[in-house]
Each structure stands twice: as structure tokens, then as C-alpha cells.
Design a protein around this ligand. Structure first.
Ligand SMILES: Cc1ncc(COP(=O)(O)O)c(C=O)c1O
Length: 402
């Protein structure tokens, strides 16, 4: 008898991430891709990782190759708790769960917090990987309004917040928009969420990448009893390590640990121990400024190219950190169509539509300025600028005739 494979309803609803699909096309060497959110390989601390690996093999090879606790390697949990114990807040190591990239944190949170139809508040637009991870659990997404300063806290009315399982927030150099929420909004957001009894989920892989080095207090620091924080080593060390963490109130952490046990038992002991060694002697404090400097230079190059090659009808932000610029074109232009034309001319970006949980704005796009080397940014943006200029002209001709 032929085997009949029945895919679960949950999995039937799955689609591939639009970005992963685009990345397949853009892997061709002739394509200048502003699409992927990949950190610049020039920032990977290869020597440091090699030394740390040698040390782990010399000092604890058996433990590094053995199974470990689900919660994570205790000294690494202590390091994470200490790093986040600031602004008058103390984080205990028992509040920390090490995960296999913060993407796993999104999946675990979905598993333990979302039932079919649960209301989940997300920014509009929001991180596509989170929308994808949560979607498996079939929530009812409710979009939170945003502007140039992130979530519009005035729009967080009691009705908007009522009954939400959690609110998913990216206060620092948001993916995809590169926006950062100012202090007053952060305070207002945490205050309103706490009053309404809505859990805040703070996803923060880019917070350390502020070009001027100044950091705003995390939502976590404003009320650790009502905020779940997700951190990652992907953007400050290397993403291939697949190392991230969740800081959560202990009651929730226990459930996350159980869900993680079922998923992968634990995050590799090997990468946890290597990263722990690499972090010693305040390594990040020497290393991160180099990443900030490179990204800030590349960001400026892209902003200069936008000023030079993009038409006045296109609008974009000037990020103070992170990896992305968000561009809005006149209404009527579909950046999905524009992408096809761009790929023919060997340039790529990510169309904005997949970043919206509801009501996609098809005239938006995300540009990443960190992966493409400086010398290619100008030529890629020149090609893209010409395409956008032509699309804007065609669109206004159509609008005038219509
Ligand atoms: C906002 C956001 N959250 C989470 C992730 C996942 O990061 P990782 O799993 O590498 O820690 C990313 C990756 O780009 C991201 O942009």
C-alpha cells in the first residue's frame, strides 16, 4: 500500500519565510544583496573563538562534549544575569534560560503562551521570523500602530490591550524598520501593559549596536516581573553559534524549560562553553565598538547613496544603530514586482509586505547595509535607485491618467 502522508493542519498553514526564499536567489555571486539580515563576516572574532575553543579542549573536553542541563551552562547563565543586572534591577541566574538562538525563544514562547485564537499584540510591521514562529500556534494577531519612534503608546488603549496573551516588542533598531523607541514611550508602554496585566515580550538582538554607544534602558529593567527579555550572541559574536537566551519570571521560565526539553534537551554544551570562555575579560566591551564603527560607516554610505540616487517621493529613516533602513515608496508601487526587476539587474532587497501580520503595505521595503562590502553599496544602490525612479515615474503617470 502506498503511504499516505497527512500533514497536520498546523503545518499545512506553514509557508517558507519570504526572506529565506529571496536569499536562495541572492546567493549567486553576481547579485548585490541588501536583502539578508546577515551580520558582516568581517566582524566575526575568529582568533578569539579559536583561543576559546583551544582552552575548552585543554580544560574540559569531556564536559564540553557531554549532555548538559536544559537551563544552560551555569557560569554562562551567571554571566548573562550579571550583564542584565543594571539600572537598579537584579536578575538572578535562575531567571535565565540559554536557548539555541533567540529564534528558539520565539518558538518556545509561542508553545507555552499561545492557544488557537489567542490575542497576540505585534508591531506593524514586525520581525517576520517571530510572526512565522507564532503563526504555528494559530494566534489572532492584533496590530499595534507604529510611527518613526516605534510603538505609538497613545494607541495602546484598554480595549487594545484587553485579553492579550502578550505584546511582542522590538524597542531597539527594530527589524525591519531600524527604529528605536525613546525612553518616555518605553516607560509608558511598560506602565500601560502592567496596568492591563499584559505580559511584555522584549526581543533585543540589536540593542548593543547603537552607533554612538549610548543605550536606553530595556523594558525588562522597568519591570522584570512583567517582561520577558530575549537576547542573542548572533549580532555581537557570530550567528552560526546559535546561542541566545531568555530572561523570564521564574514561574514562566519553568514552563519554557519543559518546552525546551521536548524540543532539543539543551543548547549545545560545546558552543556554550566556548562562548563563555570568549566572553572573559570583558571581551564584548572591546569587540562591540568595532562592530558599531563598521556598521555606522556602512549605514552612512547607504544613506548617502539613498540621498543621491533615490527620488524625492521615496521616504526613509536614518537609523542610530542596528542593521536596517526602511523605505516607503508612493502608494501604488508594489515592491514585490520591483524586486523581480531588481533581481534581473543583480540587486536584491526584501519587500515589506511579509513583515505585516495584518494589512500589508506593499509599497515598503527593507534594506540591510551590513553584509554587502562598502565598495559594492554605491553601485548596488545606483542600480536600485534607477529602478525606483522609473517605478515612481510610471506610477505617477498612472495616477494622473486614472
Ligand atoms: C528581531 C530578531 N529576533 C530574533 C532573531 C533571531 O536571532 P538568533 O536566533 O540568531 O538569535 C533575529 C534574527 O535576525 C531578529 O532580527
Amino acid at each position: 500500500m502506498t503511504t499516505h502522508i497527512t500533514i497536520s493542519k498546523r503545518a499545512q498553514a506553514l509557508t517558507s519565510s519570504a526572506i529565506r526564499e529571496i536569499l536562495k536567489v541572492t546567493e549567486r555571486p553576481e547579485v548585490i544583496s541588501f536583502a539578508g539580515g546577515l551580520p558582516s563576516p568581517a566582524t566575526f572574532p575568529i582568533e578569539r573563538m579559536k583561543q576559546a575553543t583551544d582552552k575548552v579542549f585543554a580544560e574540559c573536553p569531556h564536559a564540553a562534549l557531554q549532555y548538559g542541563p536544559t537551563e544552560g551552562f551555569t557560569p554562562l547563565r551567571e554571566w548573562i544575569a550579571a550583564r542584565h543586572s543594571k539600572n537598579g534591577v537584579t536578575i538572578r541566574p535562575s531567571q535565565v534560560l540559554v536557548v539555541t538562538g533567540s529564534q528558539q525563544a520565539l518558538d518556545l514562547l509561542g508553545k507555552v503562551l499561545i492557544d488557537e485564537g489567542s490575542k497576540v499584540l505585534v508591531e506593524t510591521p514586525s520581525y517576520l521570523g517571530a510572526l512565522q514562529a507564532y503563526s504555528l500556534f494559530q494566534p489572532a494577531f492584533s496590530a499595534m500602530e507604529t510611527d518613526e519612534q516605534g510603538i505609538v503608546t497613545d494607541a495602546l488603549t484598554p480595549e487594545k490591550l484587553a485579553g492579550a496573551r502578550f505584546m511582542y516588542c522590538l524597542p531597539n533598531f527594530q527589524n525591519p524598520t531600524g527604529r528605536r523607541m525613546p525612553l518616555e514611550r518605553r516607560q509608558e508602554l511598560v506602565r500601560k501593559a502592567t496596568e492591563a496585566g499584559v505580559l511584555v515580550v522584549e526581543d533585543d538582538p540589536y540593542g548593543e549596536l547603537s552607533y554612538q554607544g549610548e543605550q536606553l534602558p530595556s523594558l525588562l529593567s522597568m519591570n522584570p516581573d512583567n517582561v520577558v527579555y530575549m537576547g542573542s550572541f548572533s549580532k555581537v559574536l557570530a550567528p552560526g553559534l546559535r546561542l541566545g537566551y531568555i530572561i523570564a519570571p521564574e514561574a514562566l521560565l519553568g514552563k519554557l524549560v519543559q518546552a525546551k526539553q521536548a524540543a532539543d534537551l539543551h543548547t549545545p554544551s560545546f558552543s556554550q562553553r566556548i562562548v563563555y570562555e570568549a566572553l572573559q575579560d570583558n571581551f564584548l566591551d572591546q569587540h562591540i565598538p568595532k562592530i558599531r564603527e563598521l556598521y555606522s560607516q556602512q549605514c552612512n554610505l547607504m544613506l548617502d547613496a539613498l540621498d543621491k540616487y533615490f527620488p524625492a517621493q521615496a521616504k526613509w529613516n536614518r537609523p542610530a544603530g542596528g542593521m536596517f533602513i526602511w523605505v516607503t515608496l508612493p502608494a501604488g508601487i508594489d515592491t514585490g514586482v520591483l524586486l523581480q526587476q531588481a533581481i534581473e539587474q543583480h540587486v536584491a532587497f526584501v519587500p515589506g509586505a511579509p513583515f505585516y501580520a495584518t494589512a500589508p503595505q506593499t509599497n515598503t521595503l527593507r534594506l540591510s547595509f551590513v553584509t554587502v562590502p562598502a565598495e559594492k553599496i554605491e553601485s548596488g544602490m545606483k542600480t536600485l535607485g534607477a529602478l525606483v525612479t522609473a517605478a515612481v515615474a510610471a506610477n505617477s503617470a498612472e495616477t494622473t491618467t486614472a
